[in-house]
Design a binder for this molecule. Structure first.
Ligand code: 5AD
Ligand code: SF4
Length: 456
C-alpha cells in the first residue's frame, strides 16, 4: 500500500541532503513524497538548532501540525517525526513539551526511521533515538542518485571538533567524521552518470576532511578534489563550509591546478576583531585570515569569497565591531551571511559576562548588512559586460527562460530556445540585480586573432 511522506527542511545544506536521503530511504518502504502535510501519513521536520529563532520556528510548526492532525476533520493517521539538530539537542525534553510528537530522531540515526515507526506503532507514547551509533549512517542510507539533480550535494564529512564558543554544532553533530574517499568517488561517479554536472561537497568543516584512501593512508580535501576531477562529465566541483584553520596548501593549490574546481570559497570569519576571535575560540587572528585570502587569490586571481559574521558576541565593544567593518572593506565579499549573536544553552558563550543588549545587536547588524549589501551590488555590477560560463539548472519563471549559475555562484537568467537544463554555455552579462544577473547566449565569433592577422 502506498503511503505519503512530507518532509520540511530547515537550516543548512547538510539538512537538505539528509532530507533527500530520508525521502529515498522511505520511498524504499513504500512512501511517496508529497508537497503538503495535510494528507501525509508521516510528516518529518528536519530541524536546525543553530540560533534560537530557528528552534522556535520548529515549535510553531509543530503546533500547526497538531491542529492538522487533531483538529476537526483532521488527519488522525498522521505520524509526526522531528529530525535534525533540535531533535538531537532536546531529545526526550521535546516529548515532554509536546507529547503529540511520535518520533524524535537525531541526525546520526535517520537510517533507523522505519524501525522507529514500527516501534512507535507498538508503544504507548513517542519514541526517541539520538544515539551516535558505531556504524555510520553513511553506510546505511541508500545512495541512489536523484536523476534530476544537475548540481548534486554529496556529504563527505560531518561533525565538528572546533568548539567555537557560540556554536552548538559540536554538541548536536558530534566529532568530525569523514567518509572513505572511495565511497565518495563512487557516489560522485554515480551522480554524474545520472546527469549531475556539478558536485557540491558538503561538511560542517569540509576542509578538515581526512578520508580513508583506497591506497591505504588518508586523503585530504585537496587530494579528493584532484581524484574527482578525473571523472568524465563532471564539469564543476564546489565545497562548503570551510574553516580558515583547515585551509591546507594542497587545497589552495587545487584552486590553481584544477579547472573544474570553481573559483568561489565560503570561508566564515565571524568577526574582524582579534579580541572577539579569541573569545570565540576561532584560533586564528585577523591577519592570519587576510594572509590566507592573499594566498587563495594568488592561486586563483578571480576567486570570489563569502563569509558568515556574528555581531554582538559577549564583550564585543564598538571598536571590535568597527574592526569587523574594516575587515569587510579590506576583503570585498561577493556574498555574505550575518547574524545577531544568539545565546545557545550549553555553549561557553551563553555564560560569558557582558552579554550584549538587543538594541545594540540590531544596530550593528543593520550597519554590517548595509555594507555587505553594497559590496554585493558592486560585485554583481562588475559582471556587466563580462562573458561568464553558466550551468543551467532549472527553468525560469517566464517561457523560454532558463536559470543557471556562474562559476562565482551567481544566479543567471537567460532567454533561450535552443538550450536545455544541464547545458554549460557562455553568457554575455547585460543586467545585474542584487541577487541575480541576466544576459544572452554568447555568439561564438569565428574571428580569432590569428585569422584577423591573416586577413590583414
Ligand atoms: N548565534 C549567531 N550565529 C551563529 N552561528 C552559529 N552559531 C550561532 C549563534 N549562536 C552562525 C555562524 C556560522 C553560521 C552557520 O551560523 O556565523 O558560521
Ligand atoms: Fe560551529 Fe565553529 Fe564548528 Fe563551525 S567551526 S560548526 S562555527 S564550532
Amino acid at each position: 500500500m502506498s503511503r505519503k511522506i512530507y518532509i520540511k527542511t530547515y537550516g543548512c545544506q547538510m539538512n537538505v541532503y539528509d532530507s533527500e536521503r530520508m525521502a529515498r530511504l522511505m520511498a524504499a518502504h513504500g512512501y511517496d513524497d508529497v508537497d503538503t502535510p495535510g494528507a501525509a501519513d508521516l510528516v518529518v521536520l528536519n530541524t536546525c538548532h543553530i540560533r534560537e529563532k530557528a528552534a522556535e520556528k520548529v515549535y510553531s510548526e509543530l503546533g500547526r501540525l497538531r491542529e492538522l492532525r487533531d483538529g476537526p476533520g483532521g488527519n488522525a493517521a498522521m505520524r509526526i517525526a522531528v529530525a535534525g539538530c533540535v531533535a538531537q539537542a532536546e531529545g526526550e525534553a521535546m516529548l515532554e513539551r509536546m507529547p503529540e510528537i511520535d518520533i524524535v530522531v537525531g541526525p546520526q540515526a535517520y537510517h533507523r526511521l522505519p524501525e522507529l515507526l514500527a516501534l512507535r506503532a507498538r508503544s504507548e507514547g513517542g519514541v526517541v533515538d539520538t544515539e551516535f551509533p558505531v556504524v555510520s549512517k553513511f553506510d546505511s542510507l541508500p545512495l541512489e542518485a536523484n536523476a534530476e539533480a544537475i548540481s548534486a550535494f554529496v556529504t563527505i564529512q560531518e561533525g565538528c571538533d572546533k568548539f567555537c564558543t557560540f556554536c552548538v554544532v559540536p554538541y548536536t553533530r558530534g566529532a568530525e567524521v569523514s567518509r572513505p574517499a572511495a565511497d565518495v568517488v563512487e557516489e560522485c561517479r554515480r551522480r554524474v552518470e545520472a546527469g549531475a554536472r556539478e558536485i557540491v561537497l558538503l561538511g560542517q568543516n569540509v576542509n578538515a576532511y581526512r578520508g580513508d584512501a583506497p591506497d591505504g593512508g588518508d586523503w585530504s580535501l585537496g587530494r579528493l578534489i584532484r581524484a574527482l576531477a578525473e571523472i568524465d562529465g563532471l564539469d564543476r566541483i564546489r565545497y562548503t563550509t570551510s574553516h580558515p584553520r583547515d585551509m591546507a596548501e594542497d587545497l589552495i593549490s587545487a584552486h590553481r591546478d584544477v579547472p573544474q574546481l570553481m573559483p568561489f570559497v565560503h570561508l566564515p570569519v565571524q568577526s574582524g576583531s582579534d579580541r572577539v576571535l579569541a573569545a570565540m575560540n576561532r584560533r586564528h587572528t585577523v591577519s592570519d585570515y587576510l594572509r590566507l585570502i592573499d594566498r587563495l587569490r594568488s592561486a586563483r586571481a578571480d576567486l570570489a569569497l563569502s563569509s558568515d559574521f556574528i555581531v554582538g558576541f559577549p564583550g564585543e565593544r564598538d571598536e571590535d565591531f568597527e574592526a569587523t567593518l574594516s575587515l569587510v572593506r579590506a576583503v570585498g565579499f561577493a556574498q555574505s551571511f550575518s547574524f545577531k549573536y544568539s545565546s545557545r544553552p550549553g555553549t561557553p558563550g551563553s555564560v560569558m559576562p557582558k552579554q550584549i543588549g538587543e538594541k545594540i545587536k540590531s544596530e550593528r547588524l543593520q550597519s554590517l548588512q548595509e555594507l555587505l549589501a553594497r559590496q554585493m551590488v558592486e560585485y554583481q555590477r562588475a559582471s556587466i559586460g563580462r562573458r561568464l560560463s553558466v550551468l543551467f539548472t532549472k527553468p525560469g519563471r517566464h517561457a523560454g527562460q532558463l536559470v543557471g549559475q556562474s562559476a562565482y555562484q551567481q544566479a543567471v537568467h537567460v532567454k533561450t530556445e535552443c538550450h536545455r537544463i544541464g547545458d554549460l554555455v557562455d553568457v554575455d552579462i547585460e543586467h545585474a540585480g542584487p541577487h541575480s544577473l541576466a544576459g544572452s547566449i554568447a555568439v561564438k565569433s569565428s574571428i580569432t586573432p590569428q585569422s584577423l592577422a591573416l586577413a590583414l
